[in-house]
Design a binder for this molecule. Structure first.
Ligand SMILES: *[C@@H]1O[C@H](CO)[C@@H](O)[C@H](O)[C@H]1NC(C)=O
Length: 467
């Protein structure tokens, strides 16, 4: 974002510009209209490198509009709005026309609580269903839909060049909308259940975590794909980016490494424009053995990955959860029915998975009262992942010191045809295992606004087993 550059340029060129509109007008109908819904005047400048010293006064209730125009130097056009003719407290709407696309963003780097723009709120909408909107509610001085720092470049949107956009200063919504926009404004969550939220999902390189990353992004979240396997994390993030541009960021590393935890939180906060809303502590694996044979290392590794790592991530992210901005925040620990009922051969895993139940309830009690953070555990039953596949299938995970741990259940049948569900899944009322996608849907559901009063719970997702 070139906010400071543009301001500097404007000052430098202030003396030698000609009248607006000087640049080429597009004939394809697109442009932007700005409405002042405040009870006071706004001062406006539409700046390219050849225009920009014409101050336009927008009276209370007044409007300004321009068709998309191009800047002779190839850069963008910056429409700056200020509360004073001296340009203090500036809101900037910047756009660049490139071929069939209009790129645009909003910035408001002085957006403190003292800003009149912050107080009034503002939003951008359009007549084009595929074009992202932006909305900064009155009083939101940390609004994620506007750049708040000059180096931040996460909010650039692309729309068809024929789009007609409306920027409203003050809380009134625009009246000019086409039918699609009218319909979507009647949906409860037209931009997705998690629009404007940022989620960290550990172990998101495959299985349940990867499915969850995809579903969160699909519902509008920005997703940090954390995984020990860099290639897998990158593949998942790229796949998300290709259908939902800029929604995913791969940050690879080992959750048992404290330095990685700090880096993960830092990069997630940067990606989220200073905010993190959701943590899903999903990373984990099994290292089975019967009690009389479990080694210290087997024991300690299970506690490190299932208890210490989630705790450290939650602790490191505390500054982003102990906040009072009224936005939803939720932490989900992924557990297992082994943690609730115990499981022969899994004393270490069972203790780890039971441990997060206590962490969940403690977070709920510490961060619920003042900050409204919800915290829940989801305990999965039999989900078809590499942890529940046949051990003979050969999946392994390598620990930090190079030890290879075999994953899976010895002797479990892999051949679908061989399985008689009445026998094989006799203990599951639905007579089948769950898919990773079904498991991920439960995670997304618990994180969603539909679960806004569910807190401190352990939710079992088992197809009815052991109920
Ligand atoms: C996906 O898009 C984001 C945001 O533009 C970018 O930072 C990231 O590098 C992209 N891909 C991956 C693999 O993270």
């Amino acid at each position: 974002m070139q906010f400071t550059t543009v301001l500097g340029l404007f000052t430098a060129l202030g003396g030698l510009t000609s009248a607006l509109p000087h640049a080429i007008q597009r004939r394809d109908g697109g442009g932007v209209g700005i409405t002042n819904n405040m009870q006071k005047d706004i001062y406006l400048w539409s700046v390219s490198d050849t225009t920009g010293d014409n101050m336009i006064t927008l009276n209370a209730g007044g409007t300004y509009s321009e068709s998309w125009r191009t800047n002779p130097n190839g850069g963008g056009i910056s429409i700056k709005m200020a509360m004073q003719p001296e340009q203090t407290d500036v809101l900037q709407y910047e756009y660049t026309l490139q071929g069939d696309t209009i790129f645009w963003d909003l910035s408001c780097i002085d957006m403190g609580t003292g800003s009149a723009f912050t107080t009034a709120g503002f939003d951008v909408s359009s007549n084009e269903g595929s074009c992202p909107s932006a909305s900064c509610a009155p009083g939101d001085s940390q609004c994620a839909d506007a750049y708040l720092i000059p180096t931040d470049d996460h909010a650039t949107h692309g729309c068809p060049s024929g789009t007609q956009m409306s920027l409203n200063i003050g809380s009134a919504r625009p009246v000019r909308m086409d039918r699609l926009a009218q319909v979507s404004s009647h949906l409860n969550f037209p931009r997705g259940l998690f629009a404007g939220q940022t989620a960290i999902i550990t172990g998101a390189g495959q299985g349940i975590g990867a499915e969850a990353a995809r579903l969160f992004a699909n519902e509008g979240a920005k997703v940090v794909v954390a995984d020990i396997d860099e290639q897998k994390a990158t593949t998942v993030a790229n796949a998300i980016n290709s259908s939902a541009p800029n929604r995913a960021l791969a940050v690879a590393g080992d959750v048992m490494n404290a330095a990685y935890i700090d880096e993960l939180v830092k990069r997630a906060a940067e990606f989220g424009g200073g905010k993190i809303h959701i943590i899903v502590n999903n990373a984990g694996f099994t290292w089975d053995g019967v009690i009389h044979k479990i080694t210290d290392k087997q024991w300690e590794t299970m506690l490190a990955v299932h208890n210490t790592a989630p705790f450290k991530l939650v602790r490191a992210a505390a500054p982003y959860f102990r906040v009072k901005d009224k936005e939803p925040r939720t932490i989900i620990q992924i557990s297992s029915t082994s943690g609730i009922h115990g499981n022969a051969g899994q004393a270490n895993y069972a203790v780890g998975k039971a441990g997060v139940v206590g962490l969940t309830k403690t977070i709920a009690k510490e961060w619920g009262p003042q900050f409204g953070v919800r915290s829940n555990t989801i305990a999965f039953g039999y989900i078809t992942t590499r942890l529940t596949a046949a051990k003979e299938a050969g999946a392994t995970i390598t620990t930090a010191d190079g030890t290879k741990v075999a994953l899976g259940i010895p002797g479990r049948s892999t051949q679908k045809e061989e399985v008689n569900p009445e026998v094989a899944y006799a203990d599951i009322p639905l007579r089948r295992p769950g898919t990773p996608e079904e498991a991920a849907k439960a995670i997304v559901a618990v994180a969603s606004p539909w679960f806004s009063y569910v807190n401190g719970e352990t939710i079992r997702v088992t197809g009815g087993r052991n109920t």
